[in-house]
Design a protein around this ligand. Structure first.
Ligand code: NAD
Length: 279
């Protein structure tokens, strides 16, 4: 299969750590130059520690060690102007945008002893706004900012947005996240229709739990201990694995980014150990 991305430019959001960092490294290993953006800061309604500027600097070093170039910016996908400025700088430097990985995301689930809502009806309005702003509006901002550069290149392209099993199933105690991740599917279906005439493909990836700080943090076990009903969110993988690794998702992203998937668009690709197929 042809996974060669030599000479292409990939824009990856949420690239300071976790899956986004792994996607950036994987795409660079296959020849792409990288444009990265990450908040590198905290959102108050997110119960776990988010990334830091040092995390983003480490991503830069790891991508550069592949021999490819990277432009990395501290910025917020909730803010269209910041996303557009990053895309513009990358387009000026690299002359093209071929691949977009709209990966930045947050999850407000967590906290024990009343710190977090136990059911979706308890989600406070600020947590709802923050979750939709990053996980759905952030994806829209990312695609909107990058598409004109992709179209102007007349080479087609590939957009991959990170959804979740929560973009397919109504997972418990996180209706904000479920709504945002379902919204990402609708958004990408619409863009798949509208961008096909430019040979720009638009797909979503749907991981089950991934071993990153979004789930590997002290807040989450405390929440599930305090509210065992929500443990259905955890108990769904068919294959004998609790959490998949970031590289398992990167493999799907690489496939969708590459010419091996040249006629794949509008797909919801699960990397979920069978979670959404459970009887
Ligand atoms: N970890 C899981 O179990 C899991 C499962 C399914 C889907 N996902 C999704 O995968 C994606 C990556 O998450 P991860 O597991 O790598 O978690 P992570 O917390 O390690 O990484 C997310 C990155 O996104 C960045 N980010 C968050 N909000 C941002 C904003 N407003 N602007 C710019 N950057 C922002 C964070 O700073 C962080 O570096 C997310 O969309 C998440 O919802 C995660």
């Amino acid at each position: 299969m042809n996974f060669d991305l030599d000479g292409r430019t990939a824009f990856v959001t949420g690239a300071a750590r976790g899956q986004g960092r792994r996607h950036a490294i994987t795409l660079a290993q296959h020849g792409a130059n990288i444009v990265a953006i990450d908040l590198c800061g905290q959102i108050d309604t997110v119960p776990y520690s988010m990334s830091t500027p040092e995390d983003l600097a480490e991503t830069v070093q790891l991508v550069e060690s592949t021999g490819r170039k990277i432009i990395a910016k501290q910025g917020d996908v909730r803010d269209f102007e910041q996303v557009q400025a990053t895309v513009d700088e990358a387009f000026a430097a690299f002359g093209r945008i071929d691949i977009v990985v709209a990966n930045a995301g947050t999850n407000g689930l967590g906290g024990a002893g009343g710190a977090g809502p136990f059911e979706s009806q308890d989600i406070d309005l600020q947590r709802w706004r923050d979750c939709i702003d990053t996980n759905l509006t952030g994806v829209f901002n990312t695609i909107k900012a990058a598409v004109p550069a992709m179209i102007s290149g007349e080479r087609g392209g590939s957009i991959i947005a990170t959804s979740s099993t929560a973009g397919i199933r109504g997972l418990r105690s996180m209706a904000d996240y479920v709504a945002a991740k379902h919204g990402v599917v609708g958004l990408c279906r619409a863009f798949a229709n509208e961008l096909a005439e430019h040979s720009i493909r638009v797909n979503t990836v749907h991981p089950t739990g991934v071993a990153t700080q979004m789930v590997e943090n002290p807040e989450l076990p405390a929440f599930f201990q305090a509210y065992p009903k929500a443990a259905v969110n955890l108990d769904g993988n068919l294959l004998p694995v609790d959490l998949v690794q970031p590289e398992d998702v990167s493999n799907a992203v690489l496939f969708l980014a590459s010419d091996a998937a040249r006629y794949v668009t509008g797909l919801e690709m699960t990397v979920d150990a069978g979670f959404t197929a459970r009887a």
